[in-house]
Write a protein that binds this ligand. Sequence first.
Ligand code: CP3
Length: 342
Amino acid sequence: MPKNVLNVLSGKIETPPPIWMMRQAGRHLPEYLEIRAQAKNFIDFCFSPDLASEVTLQPVRRYDMDAAILFADILLVPITLGRDVRFEKGVGPVLDPLSVADIRKFDPDMSHLEPVYETVRRVRAELDENKTLIGFCGGPWTVATYMIEGRGTPSKEGAKRFAYEHPEAMDELLKALAETSALYLIKQAQAGADVLKIFESWAEGLSPALFDRLVIAPTKMIIDRVRSAGINCPIIGFPRGAGLNAGRYAHKTGVTAIAAGTDVPLHKFREIIPSAMPVQGNLDPLALRIGGKALEAAVQNVLDQITGPHIFNLGHGVSPDVKIENVHAVINHVRTGRGDYV
Ligand code: CP3
């Protein structure tokens, strides 16, 4: 099989499109749960190259995905800024909420992330040379929402208020995250990541002015920094839920490619992004959970809307309740034109 993900990211049209899935490594796989049980907690798991490299490779082995995504988390970067990050069962990530004074005291220590680079080296060494290894970080705004609010919230109102009420502290926080994230991505690329991705999962519901300040500016800062370190690999941006703001994001941040959330009408998307830009997405993850005819129609709908260089993926992540046979059916459908939907 050719290096089809890299081909698409260099602007070529591959038919059928290459495929991988966000959150492809995770709790829907029994082999993941087995390894997960060996780790003390989720952060320790991410910082254990033995375990993390194994679960990174699992979905490639089981599904023959065209890409592996590094097993880690967007919330490892706050640890370099001295923040305590915990994952609680049934709650998700929990951090101590951040004050303006805390931001002034940041003293980054990048050494915490060293084990992740070891994971990248091990995966790249084991992965078939025709498969792509994707490294990643969170978008500064998305990571900041968790740091400010202390956990995931539906509206992100606390973080948006903070941006309005403490603009200087917010800009300082985003700058600190952009700098640490850039160093993190540079080291991942140097360790062997072929592609880098920036997960801006909470790009929705921002006014255009806030979006420019909170999302575009820090993302551009990361990419400029990565490029000035001589790293030329493709960078995929994922401004999930950005609506029309995604157009400015695609034009102004320096991303090579853009990942579309489920709400993006793919056939219209090219009108707002650079017209030859590679696109990734955007099957509804709920359809993947449901399966059957609904899933078949949803996959065909994405395939029918592809124009230009495209990587098949979900609009968001695989959830723990997804059935393995549904993932197989999607992959078969994309590769052969028909899936065995159940
Ligand atoms: O397969 C992959 O995509 C690779 C690894 C990966 C994880 N998280 C593993 C993970 C990636 C790329 C992420 C990114 C991430 N983490 C994002 C952005 C992408 C998105 O999904 O929107 C965000 C917002 C986070 C923060 C985060 N990490 C949350 C909110 C949670 C809890 C969610 C839950 O379902 O409990 C996590 C934990 C997490 N990250 C798990 C995995 C496999 C589940 C934890 C476990 O196994 O106990």
